[in-house]
Ligand binder design. Structure first.
Ligand SMILES: *[C@@H]1O[C@H](CO)[C@@H](O)[C@H](O)[C@H]1NC(C)=O
Ligand SMILES: *[C@@H]1O[C@H](CO)[C@@H](O)[C@H](O)[C@H]1NC(C)=O
Length: 416
């Protein structure tokens, strides 16, 4: 059959369910309850289920850094700042460390931006080490467990490996002093040295007010089949190609640039958020890291995320049934993306849209200020609460040491 013929068939097919979709939406935004793999846990209230002690650190570890560069407040790694603010006034906070289940050290390790706004994690290991030195000498709680009842927010690409290049990150591994702690991080990939078991994966920070201000009436039909805006190649950093996004984005472009079902381009229009609300599927391919803020945007705007990032671990994956909500496509299958998406039955698409329309789903992706029940802050706390009680084995015997304070690259050991 000719390509044109196929194109026509696909168009007719998509027109069929796009109409259905619009019809469904016009009847009022239908939603369906999210039942996560651990039960309907998105609506859990963490208050009363855990107590968190917030270490008080000199402001050079947090507030002073932010004062120097307020851009950090809008960065996709800003969760480290907002989580600190949130905890300070949260009812789960305890001022009595003796009754704490978890200890939190507020360090803003990603707030070090280039003039272009790219975060550089070069100082992060020294800063983190310095903070741990401080808490371990001023309070008795670190030494008790060497961090096993402590959590850290490390939202940077490749989390506590503290490097933006994957090879370097793998070579470095997780900072030795954080190897017993619970890491709350954006990065998630299975079987990767930078994601250890028991970590809590969170969405990247996306500005909630800005997204809200672009909402369009839900009655407007989703007339775009597949939508994507962003890079396909990163010629500057990957001149020969194939390395950036492991070639997956390049494959999207090469296979579908002329396909009428695909609205894809590198140009970021001012109507980007509105366009996502008019699309059925939004591509969320890996870039340099497996994730991008597109996932959050897709959920907020009710566009079914098409996740192209093998082995990705999505935010709050123990609470959110991502397989039911999104579509996973293997990187090697990108050339068949059109067939894969057009062969999803209409009722499956409608169910995904109903799940996406669930307010608790959207709430879990956001770090609003002030915080709201069920938001990403609360999901982090829920994740920490689900890890309680701590196993007795986390408590070390008197004088027992597990961590090696002199391990890691020499430059990381310099005082900060
Ligand atoms: C914890 O252990 C370190 C090194 O092992 C020691 O220098 C420090 O004084 C200890 N902290 C407390 C509060 O005893
Ligand atoms: C700690 O790490 C350093 C550097 O890798 C190594 O030389 C040293 O032997 C290690 N110490 C212990 C007790 O394992």
């Amino acid at each position: 059959m000719s390509n044109l013929m196929w194109g026509l068939i696909l168009l007719v097919f998509s027109a069929f369910f796009l109409n259905l979709d619009a019809f469904e939406l016009r009847k009022g935004q239908k939603t369906e309850r999210i039942s996560g793999s651990a039960g309907d846990v998105l609506e859990d209230d963490p208050v009363g289920r855990l107590k968190v002690f917030v270490y008080e650190l000199p402001s050079k570890y947090n507030k002073k850094i932010l004062q120097k560069d307020p851009r950090c407040l809008n960065h996709m790694f800003a969760a480290e700042i907002y989580m600190h603010r949130f905890l300070l006034s949260s009812p789960v906070r305890t001022l009595n460390p003796e009754e704490a289940d978890w200890f939190y050290t507020p360090v803003y390790t990603t707030c070090d931006l280039t003039p272009n706004g790219l975060p550089l994690p070069f100082k992060s290991p020294r800063m983190m080490r310095s903070a741990i030195q401080l808490i371990s000498s001023n309070w008795p709680y670190w030494n008790r467990t060497e961090g096993a009842d402590h959590f850290f927010i490390v939202p940077h690409d490749f989390g506590a490996c503290f490097h933006y290049q994957e090879e370097k990150a793998i070579e470095r591994g997780i900072l030795p002093l954080l190897q017993r702690a619970t890491l709350v991080q954006t990065f998630g990939q299975r079987n990767h040295v930078c994601l250890k078991e028991g970590s809590i994966t969170v969405p990247p920070y996306a500005p909630p007010q800005k997204m809200q201000s672009h909402l369009i009436p839900p009655s407007i039909p989703r007339s775009i089949f597949v939508y994507f805006r962003g890079l396909f190649y990163d010629v500057g950093n990957d001149p020969e190609g194939g390395y950036y996004a492991r070639g997956a984005r390049a494959a999207v472009w090469e296979n579908f640039k002329d396909n009428p079902l695909f609205d894809i381009s590198t140009e970021h229009p001012t109507t980007y958020y509105e366009d996502m609300q008019r699309a059925v599927f939004c591509l969320c391919p890996l870039g340099w890291a497996p994730w991008s803020p597109r996932l959050v945007e897709a959920v907020i705007f009710g566009c079914i995320p098409v996740i192209i990032a093998d082995d990705i671990v999505l935010p709050f994956a123990d609470a959110i049934p991502w397989e039911d909500i999104g579509v996973y496509v293997d990187e090697k299958d990108v050339p068949n993306l059109d067939t894969i998406l057009t062969s999803i039955p209409t009722e499956v698409i409608l169910r995904k849209q109903r799940l996406l329309a669930n307010p608790s789903m959207k709430q879990a992706m956001l770090f609003p200020h002030p915080a709201q029940p069920g938001d990403a802050f609360h999901q982090i706390l829920n994740g920490l609460a689900r890890k309680l009680p701590h196993d007795k084995s986390v408590y070390l015997r008197k004088g027992e040491k597990v961590l090696n304070w002199t391990a890691g690259p020499l430059a990381d050991l310099k005082p900060w």
